[in-house]
Design a protein around this ligand. Structure first.
Ligand code: ADP
Ligand code: MG
Length: 559
């Protein structure tokens, strides 16, 4: 078996790679530099952790955020993989003991060096770590004694004389830069220390394979990373940011409570998240939902730890399908079957929105993302931006990286010497973009992808703008398969909702949206005509077809 599959299964418990992972891992293991541009949650860590298991020498991972390093190292140790971290928070004695341990394992003149490389020669696939040969010997107890395969360091470390001297003495096979947009002035979170990485690499006795990862897709950032890190003919992987299984909808200036209860009714029995901007809204909304017969969990940073953990567990275990939460919820959460994410308030940035809405449909099945927006949301966000205090990112625990963002109205910053005025100006620009997203009239998907630097057509067919709000002839009709009546479509949708309530069956089980679109376009006038539609469910046609035929007739006659 290809060792990368074996490691994927043994250490991470996964059966298959996500898009792009295998290609970039194979490129890295063949000795080629690489640049991976993949959206948040796509699985970038695995792309360097798996090669790290296979390379004979040490892998150094440069990462900007202490909490992120801690989480990754803890997770690796739990999996029985030797990993350590060194940053400003690690004291001298601990640093010394880690560096000494590594030096004995990978030291250029130590005995174990020859052990690790004796049979190696050219093949990077050579299994050097005994823990990867004996997968059954597992977790924490072992991890202290298993060889350190990965060392996480902050970029500041690279200039410390102590670390430089250490790097001269050991064998570094692979150097990986996570959150590599920090290397670019265009990257919005520019970190000057990132500029010194290339110099550090050049000073090494042997040049390691170098790879960089980021979620920022913009072209300037990409070329800055390649130039500033001096990557050599890197293998560049870009996985698209689009999530084709997600439907996006914005509801403007509606009665939020009515809109929410109707959405929840439509999604009854399904797993979902409702995001609110403030702790207070989380409290009041979840109470109101309970009073109205919806069972929900709730979560925010002000709750005692045990309550928070219980809420999260109840939701993860499916005891409660829906959780009402602030954006403090969700970091590191990887629940595959979240069928909807409702933003009861507009979030403060597209970055936050994409990350939060992106928690829907990780299993690839159709899922819905809604924003309920009114102007008050802008006021709250503006208040946050102007009055939020700073909490250093180091103090925030969570598996998911957010460089600088506002969580529950508090800035969480990557480092302590951040310029607050600049940060505020930057956050205001992000909020303005978010407002354009909710208040505009272009395709939601196109706007979102465009914001993240990707080109997309002006019609996606899977957002509220493209579907129900298309005024006749205003969009490029060439992209719309056929002329479709948006009014008929919404009539059919409300019929479906009525039937769904009457028979207690989920709307898409009656007819999926795709079929309603065909109805709206082709306007079948009889049940047999419906049977001719490709992919239609016959049982549904026999059960509900008649009512849809009636609705279509009525529409045609009255228009
Ligand atoms: P990124 O750094 O790209 O934002 P992470 O590396 O933190 O993403 O991974 C996000 C989540 O995806 C993690 O929970 C990780 O365990 C999971 N994941 C990564 N690769 C796979 C895979 N091949 N199969 C299933 N889950 C995966
Ligand atoms: Mg990451």
């Amino acid at each position: 078996m290809n060792p990368i599959y074996q490691n994927l299964k043994t250490y991470f418990g996964y059966d298959s790679f996500r898009p792009g992972q295998e290609k970039i891992i194979t490129a890295i293991l063949s000795g080629r530099d690489a640049l991976g541009i993949m959206p948040t949650g796509a699985g970038k860590s695995l792309c360097y952790q798996i090669p790290a298991l296979t390379f004979p020498g040490l892998t150094v991972v440069i990462s900007p955020l202490i909490s992120l390093m801690e989480d990754q190292v803890a997770a690796l140790k739990r999996r029985g993989i030797g990993a350590e971290l060194i940053n400003s928070a690690v004291n001298y004695n601990r640093r010394k003991s880690i560096l000494t341990k590594i030096s004995t394992e990978y030291g250029r003149d130590s005995l174990s060096y020859s052990h690790h490389t004796s049979s190696s020669s050219s093949s990077a696939f050579h299994q050097c770590s005994d823990s990867s040969i004996f997968p059954e010997s597992l977790p924490s107890a072992r991890s202290e004694s298993s060889p350190i395969k990965l060392l996480y360091v902050s970029p500041e470390r690279l200039s410390a004389p102590e670390f430089r001297a250490f790097a001269q003495k050991i064998r570094i096979s692979f150097l990986c830069v996570d959150e590599a947009h920090c290397i670019s002035l265009w990257g919005r979170q520019f970190r000057p220390e990132y500029m010194k990485i290339a110099e550090f690499i050049e000073a090494l006795p042997t040049r390691p394979v170098v790879a960089a990862f980021t979620a920022t897709a913009n072209a300037e950032v990409r070329s800055d990373i390649i130039d500033n890190l001096k990557l050599r003919e890197p293998y560049v992987l870009t996985t698209g940011f689009d999530r084709p299984n997600l439907y996006f909808e914005v509801q403007k200036d509606k009665d939020k409570w009515l809109a929410l209860s109707s959405l929840l009714t439509r999604h009854r029995g399904e797993c979902g998240i409702i995001y609110c901007l403030t702790r207070r809204t989380v409290e009041s909304l979840s109470r109101k939902l309970e009073v109205n017969g919806f069972t929900v969990a709730h979560y925010h940073g002000g709750m005692p730890l045990e309550e928070r953990e219980k809420a999260q567990r109840d939701w993860l275990d499916g005891k409660r399908n829906v959780i009402v939460a602030t954006n403090a919820f969700g970091m590191g959460i990887d629940k595959p079957d979240v069928r909807f994410v409702i933003h009861y308030n507009m979030p403060g940035s597209m970055e936050n929105y994409y990350q939060e809405a992106g928690r829907a449909g990780r299993d690839g099945l159709p899922s819905d993302c809604f924003i309920l927006y009114n102007y008050r949301d802008v006021v709250i966000n503006r208040f946050f931006i102007s009055y939020a205090g700073i909490m250093p990112g180091d103090m925030v625990k969570g598996g998911e990286h957010r460089s600088v963002s506002i969580i529950e109205g508090v800035y969480v910053a990557i480092d302590n010497d951040i310029d607050l005025d600049e940060l505020r100006a930057h956050e205001r620009r992000k909020l303005a973009a978010m407002q354009r997203f909710v208040a505009g009239d272009v395709c939601l998907r196109q706007f979102m992808l465009g914001y993240f630097g990707e080109h997309a057509p002006s019609y996606c067919g899977k957002c509220s703008r493209c579907l129900s709000l298309v005024p006749f002839g205003q969009h490029q009709t060439s992209l719309i398969p056929d002329v479709e009546s948006p009014d008929l479509y919404s009539e059919l949708r409300s019929l479906r909702l009525r039937l769904s309530r009457k028979y207690g069956i989920l709307p898409h089980k009656i007819f999926p949206d795709k079929i309603l679109h065909v109805f709206a376009r082709a306007r079948p006038r009889s049940v047999p005509a419906m049977l001719l539609i490709e992919g239609i469910n016959f049982v549904s046609v026999f059960r509900y077809g008649r009512e849809f035929v009636e609705e279509i007739r009525l529409f045609v006659e009255t228009n």
